[in-house]
Ligand binder design. Structure first.
Ligand SMILES: Nc1nc2c(ncn2[C@@H]2O[C@H](COP(=O)(O)OP(=O)(O)O)[C@@H](O)[C@H]2O)c(=O)[nH]1
Ligand SMILES: [Mg+2]
Length: 352
């Protein structure tokens, strides 16, 4: 899972990035041209438990990769994306818009004032315009080549949808159209979440009405945190972090909160693979078929897919070993179209 962090300059992207990933990238680095990348592991007790059975050489958790883009180069104050950012974000599976909700007179907002609703709208428009320009060029090209095919029809629909002020993520598509459109990597088609970055005064104050109104208006899900404070706490020694969190009333770690939020919002589940070399969790979307889940591991396994030997995690733990689970008839042989369930332990049989 790759998550791209976007937002206006000084909205606290890098601060939040540090808070969630435990990195210590420079904040307030307004002249920097470097993006920050970091990976976090998704804690999963099932991986730990399976490892006690399999005693594998390696335990591997599912991962989230975060991309914190650099400030846009030479852009107007109301633009957040430049070509470098667009290239980095193209492969992101989801976007997080970090919206400034903290007041601090020493930190200048590029638009001169703190106004979450304006920022949410402005960034939505920027994503849509970015996609629109690409679509328009592509349509022109297809027209020149007299190719009024399926792709052409789809792009015309996209164009009309954008012209009406809607992001591509709200355009109803069938599975095939969805695949075609995804290959363009349009930004407004990517799932997007809002992250409200609050000042310290907001802790325990549950009236972030401005942000919630903005999120509701655009149909976006919102997670709220105090970026600066979270970052400061995340940089303390591990044993002190807990004490401070309790004292400050910060609740669960922002890393864990973000993971739960993203799984929920993106409809993600995990399946597991287990053996002597490695016990591992893999992230997929709910509704993924066995053959597509195989493709997450390796394209060869997808191509040569024969069947998926599958057992539910709880059944495996109750049986205590694969042999006993088989005796009890708990191991199923599933075909390509089987919908993988959260916690399935799968052994893919394939032939290439
Ligand atoms: N007071 C306050 N300042 C913050 C908060 N989050 C970020 N900042 C400050 O805002 C400035 C810009 O933060 P940064 O993370 O570099 O923003 P970016 O440009 O979006 O990456 C820095 O001076 C941060 O210390 C916050 O929650 N409260
Ligand atoms: Mg930054």
């Amino acid at each position: 899972m790759k998550v791209g962090m976007i937002g206006f300059a000084r909205s606290g992207k890098t601060t939040v990035f540090n808070a969630i990933t435990g990195a210590s990238a420079e904040v307030g680095a307004y002249g920097s041209r470097d993006a920050n990348l970091a990976v976090i592991k998704v804690p999963d007790e099932r991986v730990d438990t399976l490892a006690t059975f399999y005693k594998p050489k390696k335990k591997t958790y599912a991962e989230f990769e975060f991309i914190d883009i650099a400030p846009a180069e030479g852009a107007d104050a109301d633009k957040t994306l430049d070509n470098a950012a667009l290239n980095l974000l193209r492969n992101a599976d989801a976007l997080v818009h970090v919206v400034r909700a903290f007041d601090d007179e020493n930190v200048l907002h590029p638009m001169g004032s703190v106004n979450p609703e304006r920022d949410v709208t402005a960034l939505e428009e920027e994503l849509q315009i970015t996609d629109f320009i690409i679509i328009e060029k592509r349509i022109e090209r297809l027209e020149k080549e007299h190719r009024k095919d399926q792709e052409y029809d789809l792009l015309v629909r996209c164009k009309e949808h954008l012209e009406a002020g809607n992001p591509l993520r709200t355009l109803p598509l069938n599975a095939q159209e969805d695949t075609v459109l995804r290959s363009f990597t349009f930004l407004s088609q990517k799932p997007m979440m809002l992250l409200g970055n609050y000042g310290e005064a907001a802790i325990g104050n549950d009236d972030p009405a401005r942000m919630q109104a903005a999120a509701g208006k655009h149909g976006l899900k919102l997670i709220e945190l105090c970026g600066k404070l979270e970052m400061e706490v995340s940089q303390l020694p591990q044993d002190e972090q807990e004490v401070f969190r309790t004292e400050l009333g910060l609740g669960e770690e922002s890393r864990i909160r973000f993971i739960h939020f993203a799984y929920e919002m993106l409809g993600l589940i995990s399946f597991l693979t287990a053996g002597d070399p490695e016990v591992r969790a893999w992230t997929i979307r709910k509704g993924t078929s066995a053959v597509d889940a195989a493709g997450v591991i390796h394209s060869d396994i997808k191509r040569g897919f024969i069947r998926a030997e599958t057992i539910a995690y709880d059944d495996y733990v109750a049986a205590g070993s694969m042999a006993k689970a088989k005796e009890k008839g708990k191991v199923r042989l599933e075909g390509k179209d089987y919908t993988v369930q959260d916690g399935d332990i799968i052994l893919f049989r394939f032939n290439v």
